[in-house]
Design a protein around this ligand. Structure first.
Ligand SMILES: Cc1ncc(COP(=O)(O)O)c(C=O)c1O
Length: 393
């Protein structure tokens, strides 16, 4: 099989998380490793009603091929929601429905990246973006993510020295750290990017899962001409639909439509129609409030348990939204090593390694709180604390 595969597949990281999930396919394990939304919150009944309604009334129509851009009323719904909730000025023509926001990343790679083009990315960054974009270029320029957003000095150096065509960011409740960019940092980033021939990818699947504080203006508002905004129904309705979207300025929209057409003609039309019917019949805001109520108490339990049980030398983020928090162990403690110990105590998490493009055997790790109830979270953190203490001494 030597020399049969394309060069672009060389050294593409495999999904570390699915490897871990396989390893811990044990129902007794308390897992903070996944990144899934809580299935108990999926609106099964409402989706069933929406599916029945669409099939009964529009059966032959929704089973037919459709347009590459996506179902227009759904695109209008998405644009109007941004305009109403985030004070943006988006028109449905600038919304492309994608197969999850993950496909949007693939299209971005296809539209922008030649082999070895520079891509700036948060460090640590979303591993799905690292995996997807590395198929197109492995020339990542990591920019340190601080508690209020990207490190500006590193950003400046990256643009002066490497001219990245795109910079990939998750400014709200980032995966993996839970960090959000402050308003001040966003403005400084905008000031810097304005003078370069570049696009900022604003990947925002968690923005609606805010438990505290006010909404912060998005890059889509602050720098619309250079922002590609990604969104998804995965975390606010259900990921099984695989319906997300990409919003881009007029001047580059055509390229995305062509790339999408070449990839799959269009996203699953039945799914788009069902989700649209669901959005018409139900109160999405109320549904999101229910999700937030559950995740927020899980989040608070995780924070309180860490404060109570972890040694004080361990640092962690206290995100005010999303599904994750990020732990930094004392310098010489390897998170992979900790995982080996913690699996024996039947608790799992994702070590930081796959979230870095240029580092390994790091002392950081990601914890997910969306899928465990409060009692389980406290028990899991207690066990993890025992393992950490064993390694520290
Ligand atoms: C930051 C980020 N972007 C994109 C995705 C992919 O989401 P989707 O289900 O919309 O493809 C995820 C999924 O976890 C994510 O965390």
């Amino acid at each position: 099989m030597e020399n049969i595969f394309a060069k672009r597949m060389d050294n593409v990281p495999s999904s570390f998380i699915s490897e871990i999930l396989k390893l811990i396919d044990d129902t007794e394990i308390i897992s903070f490793a996944g990144g899934l939304p809580n299935k108990d919150l999926f609106p099964v009944k409402e989706i069933r009603n929406a599916a029945n309604y669409q099939l009964e009334n529009y059966g032959t129509e929704i089973l037919q091929y459709s347009t590459t851009e996506g179902y227009l009323p759904l695109r209008e719904f998405i644009a109007e929601r941004y305009n109403k909730n985030k004070n943006l000025n988006i028109s449905a023509e600038n919304v492309l429905i994608t197969h999850g926001s993950q496909q949007a990343l693939d299209l971005i790679g296809k539209v922008f990246l030649n082999d070895n083009d520079a891509v700036a990315i948060e460090e640590p960054g979303y591993l799905g973006a690292i995996q997807c974009l590395s198929i197109f270029s492995k020339n990542f320029v990591p920019i340190k993510l601080e508690n209020d957003g990207l490190n500006l000095e590193e950003l400046h150096i990256a643009y002066e020295n490497f001219s990245p065509k795109i910079i990939y960011t998750v400014p709200n409740f980032q995966n993996p750290t839970g960090i959000s960019y402050s308003f001040e940092k966003r403005n400084k980033i905008v000031d810097l990017l304005k003078s370069y021939n570049t696009f900022i990818i604003e990947d925002d699947p968690y923005g609606e899962l805010r438990y505290e504080d006010e909404e912060i203006e998005s890059f889509g508002k602050l720098l619309p001409e250079q922002t590609i905004l990604l969104g998804s129904f995965s975390k606010i309705v259900a990921p099984g639909f695989r319906i997300g979207w990409l919003i881009a300025p007029d001047k580059i929209m055509d390229k995305f439509v062509i790339a999408k057409q070449a990839a799959d003609l269009h996203s699953n039309y039945v799914g788009q129609r069902i989700i649209y019917q669901y959005l018409k019949d139900t109160d999405l805001d109320k549904h999101i409030l229910d999700i937030k109520a559950t995740y927020n108490s899980q989040r608070l339990t995780m924070i309180e348990s860490i404060e109570r049980y972890f040694p004080k030398s361990v640092e962690f983020t206290k995100p005010n939204g999303g599904m994750f928090l990020w732990v930094t162990l004392p310098k010489n403690i390897s998170a992979v090593n900790l995982l080996n110990h913690s699996i024996e105590k039947k608790v799992a998490f994702v070590p930081g390694d796959p979230f870095y493009v240029k580092k390994s055997d790091v002392n950081t790790l990601r914890l997910n709180y969306s899928c465990s109830d409060e009692k389980t979270i406290e028990e899991g953190i207690k066990r993890l604390a025992i393992c950490i203490k064993e390694l520290i001494k």
